[in-house]
Design a protein around this ligand. Structure first.
Ligand SMILES: Nc1nc2c(ncn2[C@@H]2O[C@H](COP(=O)(O)OP(=O)(O)OP(=O)(O)O)[C@@H](O)[C@H]2O)c(=O)[nH]1
Ligand SMILES: [Mg+2]
Length: 197
């Protein structure tokens, strides 16, 4: 496996040169608390690079991490706030959703890939479907990451696979893993670091 170095660069909430500096961006979006930040930590083999929350709503900005592999590949991992956190006020929820929509529909940002993360126990929600439609409308590439597979048994996982395959295009890549136990994280990691340049 490649050795990877990663460091936090900055968090943005609007226009910034980092969006267009030519480094490809791999973004992580999804409902609040699905484990987007944990996924970054797991893929980067770093326990505490990205702040992970016991309470949802931990990530508030569009956070850029500079990731480099020892064969010279450079990419930004972009950690976004979660959508749909019920405990926020309607205004706060809309502000976060607008920030996420702004980033994923940005016509000039160097977005190479959007990873839409879902919780294995919850499956695809209506808001996930809304964001998938938005991503497709703006012709961005995306994959689905199904996190927290440690929380479901094989039977539930088979059902989830069926549900996802009936909703998604057949060419959409889906990764099933657990950021907590590390199960299958390397498949997702290989894909992101080898195939997205
Ligand atoms: N069981 C289990 N728990 C997980 C897994 N991944 C993350 N968690 C837990 O889920 C909670 C949320 O994780 P975060 O990584 O902060 O989630 P997030 O999607 O970044 O959350 P926001 O930034 O608030 O949108 C934490 O308590 C994690 O420890 C997993 O694979 N399995
Ligand atoms: Mg987070």
């Amino acid at each position: 496996m490649n050795s990877i170095s990663a460091q936090f660069v900055k968090g943005v909430v609007g226009e910034d040169n980092i969006l267009y500096d030519g480094v490809p961006q791999i973004a992580f979006i999804g409902r609040s608390n699905v484990g987007k930040s944990s996924t970054l930590n797991a893929i980067l083999n770093r326990k505490k690079l990205v702040k992970v929350g016991r309470t949802p709503g931990k990530t508030k900005e569009v956070n850029f991490f500079d990731v480099r592999t020892d064969d010279g590949y450079q990419v930004y991992f972009v950690d976004l706030p979660g959508y749909g956190y019920a405990k926020l006020s309607k205004k706060e929820r809309l502000e976060l959703q607008n920030l996420i929509s702004w980033y994923i529909t940005h016509p000039e940002a160097d977005t190479a890939l959007i990873c839409l993360i879902i919780d294995a126990k919850v499956g695809l929600t209506d808001l996930d479907k809304t964001f998938i439609k938005l991503i497709e409308k703006h012709s961005k590439h995306y994959v689905i990451g199904v996190n927290k597979v440690d929380k479901i048994n094989q039977k539930a996982q088979n059902q989830l696979r069926k549900d996802l395959m009936s909703y998604l295009n057949s060419d959409t890549s889906i990764f099933y893993y657990s950021a907590e136990t590390g199960k299958n994280v390397h498949h997702f990691q290989d894909y992101l670091l080898l195939h997205s340049s």
